[in-house]
Write a protein that binds this ligand. Sequence first.
Ligand code: PLP
Length: 445
Amino acid sequence: MTDAAASPSVRRLSEWDAAELRALRAEYGSPLYVLDLERVRENARRLGAAFPDAEILYAVKANALGDVLETLREEGIGLECASAGELERALAVTDSGVDVHYTAVNPPARDLDWVIDAWEEYPELTVTVGAEDTIDRLADRGYDGRLCLRVNPGIGAGHHEKVQTGANAKFGVPAERALEVLEDAAERGFDVVGIHAHVGSGVSSDQLDDHREFVSRMGDLAREVNEALPTDLEFVDVGGGFGVPYRDDEEPLDLEAVADATRDALGDVDATLTIEPGRYFVADAGVLLTTVNTVKDARDTTAVGIDAGMTTLLRPAMYDASHPIRNLTADVDAAAAASNSETPDNGRETIEQTITGPICESGDVFCTDRKLPASERGDVLAIGNAGAYGYEMANQYNSRPRPASVVVDGDEVRLARRRETIDDVTRLEHGARSASDDSSGDPTE
Ligand code: PLP
């Protein structure tokens, strides 16, 4: 067991064992996601130490692999789900629905039907709604279970405008209408248990003032709700969004400072503080291994083509995200050369490289003009901080199969999800014309 508070608050790509990663690539192929479950545990324990009185949920969307969910359940972490599919995964690793939340974001009818069936079996489940008509749609289906209201506090935060949700019209009921909506829901017989907001993803230590302001608005609202409703709220959920450093020169988040600011800003509310980070648990527990296919002199740079692309790891193309990249082959060769003085120096020249994927899109680029040891065809590269929103956002564009995932747990290594084949990609079309179409229902019901 690792001492939670003592585990380093960030695991940099340079700290992974290059030879072990190369061996995984040799055994399981490329590209390959690798996830270290012990690091997931360390991150969970550090969060638990910083927020000892809080209820901690894991936002499943960051990495829904069953091994991750099981590992976090064993650490006493609850699960927050954004779809029926995520809920199915969460319920597969729990005995009851306690600590399992479903956050309905503009939910399709099929999701709500599925959730209602699940609630009949798991009545402890909590449903978080972000629109009044979602409450009506739940009532139409006979739901009167645990209800939490997602509010839109009017403050957004995060590393990119595409992840700032707190002021985005899509998410939540405007905070100024929340009390009225909750009173109405309570009168209609719903079991009103909480309020929720998530302002964005990738919040850094220098955004603490916004965080304080947002949490204090949630505290004010909770006090108003507790005065107005016959029963007190069980919890105030302030979402996730705890940032992790993607660049080597970025400092890790000061978790204690975030925890102190959260507690102070919430004040004396008679309700449990709930947090639901995703990325913080898994980002630095994962790397993506990939192989160099092509090296060529382009006009102003060296263009290096690898076998992972925006279909494997979407974040650089979607958010202009910068991930650390390391040439494992060059590092292993350099270490071998250094340990054998008879061998001539095998260190490679460091040159600027633009690393691109195999997708026929100009946005399929992992970095531009980054200084790295000169790549050679066949080299194995590692892309760091790939444990969060990596495989989850992988897709089959260009009819590319998705990669395999392995998990490492101490000395044990196992294939967690096999590599897709081209047959997997085309399989759904086979017989589609004769199969009955289950998409005919009205999605607005
Ligand atoms: N909760 C909600 C409602 C979210 O939408 C998200 C991310 O989009 C999270 C939690 C987790 O965010 P993060 O992974 O940045 O902690």
